[in-house]
Design a protein around this ligand. Structure first.
Ligand code: NAP
Length: 438
């Protein structure tokens, strides 16, 4: 690493997201350098008040209130202050000074993105904003890069966690909007002033960004029809449910070819009924997801945490490494790194839950003997269900046991199954399958 180039990183803002970005930049410096091809040196953090308490302990000398000077001396600028000014002017200064910029500021991009993109193009620098839509979910780069050889026809996004939480609460408990909102505020999913979320403004800003990238045209907030969730009643939710639907606030961007209204892109945010079997219907709580339909790829879905300091920092750092690679190597930069040097492990080392089906004699004490063998081998049982069968011809009763274990090693499970097979009360082991996602 000694002859590696050092790139100066200026961080603007040290709130929910900025503090986590600073932490990762410091804690994971080695790994980030290996992936970028350059040391990423946090040169300073601009805030309003250097003495404010922070979520993360960071060196006091990094903090400054002079954002302008910090930006002028940086190779890479991360803007996580939010709001329009001074974020906008600072980003323009950074671009004019030849720095690449990473931001999560959807409000600014939706309002004045075109100016910023044009300035970045003119200066030949990268302006990245993966964190601005759906937090941690890598969605903008897949749309911009991975799908650039395809034609996207429609994007449906649950891109606001607060409203998804509220609608999910209403759907699962029958609550009215006001009660579900109060619960979201109590749990920290909604702000004291929830207007930007519940009126759909935040989702609309994201819809403009998604539509712009998906349809290779710059759309702004003015192009987005926006309707929030404040008028959705418990009765609406109940009747949707009865008909097999769930109500979600969707950000939609779709290509429309109409002989009446002409062809174009409809960009809109509104409460929408989705069939319960649609993949987006399964997005619960404050999670986000974006569902894409493309001519050749077909249907794709991206799912994850749409907000939160640490998840959002992940998206910011991905953009930062990508911009750093570009500064170091030119062009699109290094796309794969092989610096991990970690060995591939044999299946014996894997650790999962298991489903085991057993056909056993219906005798007293059988369950205890089986449970004892599991315990002896260090495999703990999460669920055990028994069903009794009677063979009508022989009139002999047998029992089918279905067991789901907690996570255990492959080796421990194999030893358990071998030992269970040896019991005189076992007719057969009918299945041994690995379980994930529980
Ligand atoms: P935040 O917690 O409010 O933090 C804002 C930070 O910026 C604070 O450290 C503040 O300094 C600093 N700041 C604000 N105005 C400033 C000014 N005029 N000069 C210097 N510093 C200033 O914000 P956040 O939640 O981290 O969000 C940051 C950005 O990420 C926003 O654009 C937001 O939309 C976006 N984003 C956030 C999330 C999320 O989950 N939070 C998810 C996706 C995108 P002080 O600490 O001194 O007040």
């Amino acid at each position: 690493m000694s002859e590696m180039r050092t790139l100066k990183v200026a961080l603007l803002g040290c709130g929910n997201v900025g503090a986590q970005v600073a932490r990762i930049l410091i804690d994971d410096a080695e790994a980030l350098a290996a992936r970028s091809g350059a040391r990423l040196e946090l040169s300073g953090i601009a805030v309003r008040n250097v003495d404010s308490p922070r979520d993360v302990e960071l060196p006091r000398e990094l903090f400054t209130t002079d954002a302008d000077t910090l930006v002028k001396d940086a190779d890479l600028v991360i803007e996580l202050m939010g709001g329009i000014e001074p974020a906008r002017s600072l980003i323009l200064t950074a671009i004019q000074n030849g720095a690449c910029v990473v931001t999560g500021n959807k409000a600014l991009l939706a309002q004045d993105g075109p100016t910023l993109y044009e300035e970045a193009d003119k200066a030949g620098v990268q302006l990245s904003y993966e964190a601005a839509v759906a937090g941690a979910i890598p969605i903008l780069r897949p749309i911009r890069d991975s799908l650039s050889g395809d034609r996207i026809t429609r994007v449906l996004g649950i891109v606001n966690g607060t409203t998804n939480f509220i609608l999910d609460q209403m759907d699962s408990t029958g609550a009215q909007f006001a009660d579900a909102l109060a619960e979201a505020q109590r749990l920290g999913y909604a702000e004291a002033d929830p207007t930007a979320d519940v009126e759909g403004h935040d989702a609309a800003a994201k819809a403009a960004i998604l539509a712009s990238l998906s349809f290779h045209t710059r759309f702004s907030l003015d192009d987005v029809y926006c309707e929030g969730i404040t008028k959705v009643s418990a009765a609406d939710i109940a009747s949707a449910k009865e008909a097999g639907f769930v109500i979600k606030l969707l950000a939609i961007a779709e290509k429309i070819d109409s002989s009446d209204n002409g062809s174009g892109i409809s960009v809109r945010v509104h409460p929408t009924l989705l069939p319960r079997e649609h993949p987006l219907a399964a997005v619960r709580g404050a999670f986000n997801a974006v569902f894409i339909e493309a001519e050749n790829a077909g249907e794709l879905m991206f799912y994850g945490q749409g907000a939160g300091g640490t998840p959002t920092a992940s998206a910011v750092l991905g953009d930062l490494v990508s911009a750093a690679r570009r500064l170091v190597l030119g062009g699109p930069g290094r796309t794969e790194t092989t610096t991990g040097h970690v060995p591939a492990l044999a299946i014996d080392a894997s650790n999962t839950s298991y489903y085991i089906g057993l056909d056993v004699a219906d005798q007293a004490g059988v369950l205890a003997r089986i449970a004892h063998i599991f315990a002896e081998n260090g495999v703990s049982i999460e669920i055990m269900r028994q069903t009794i069968h009677r063979d009508s011809a022989s009139n002999v009763e047998s029992a089918e046991l279905k067991i789901v274990t907690h996570r255990a090693s492959e080796a421990a499970l194999a030893a358990t199954v071998e030992a269970v097979k040896g019991l005189d009360v076992i007719n057969s082991v009918t299945s041994v399958l690995r379980v994930e996602g529980v």
